[in-house]
Design a protein around this ligand. Sequence first.
Ligand code: FES
Length: 270
Amino acid sequence: MTETVASRSLGTRQRFGETARRDAWWLQPLLVLGVFSAFVVYATWAAFQGSHYAWGPYLSPFYSPELFGDSPHAWFGPKPGWYPAWLPWSPAFLILWAPGGFRLTCYYYRGAYYKGFWADPPACAVGEPRSSYRGERSFPLVWQNAHRWLVGLAIPILGFLCYDVWQALRWEDPATGATTFGVGVGTLVLAINVILLTGYTLGCHTLRHLVGGYLDRLAGRPVRRTAYRCVSCLNRRHGMWAWVSLFSVAFSDLYVRLLSMGIWTDFRIL
Ligand code: FES
């Protein structure tokens, strides 16, 4: 170890995995690798299913807004005729790329999965597997800069998810066909999911810069100052919001899916 510290002080590059740290520095990157990979695999699988994404008044957040599709939630009817016949079809393909891309390019997740997926670096003060650093100015990571535009899509999608919660309060009476007010466990699942996704989305670093730009000129702009404080407050725990919303959005899809497949039963609370 003495030799390691001495060589580092002389500017010698550490070998891959070399470190003076004695804590379990590898645990967090390993967890990120496992959990994030599982989420990406599940979300991709769920998107390709193209079925079991709606049940009663509930719609899976992976498919919302459902622009075209076979469920009663579809805005513009079934699969459009202009959609290429040779391409696989799922209503999720038209929408999931936006929130998915927003999450994949999130600054917090980048910091986490760069360590977990390609050890760049494996952790702070741990030797990296490569000596060059091309950053996010060149292909392929230059695409990460799309985050600043994807936030503009993620916020309206929150509005659609709120609308889905409203719809999840409107139950159709099978006998009369009339719509009545009701709350099921699924309503709560979708509502909690929107709250967690809102906490995650509105704490975005990019949004903080957008809202807080020219902060020194906010003296006469109390609305912007309040917005900046709210975003900053959420931003302080952005990592926490990122993980809880990841679990909630995946669970919401799973909940609706298992109801639709007849595996789970939804209980009416009101
Ligand atoms: Fe995480 Fe924008 S930085 S959502």
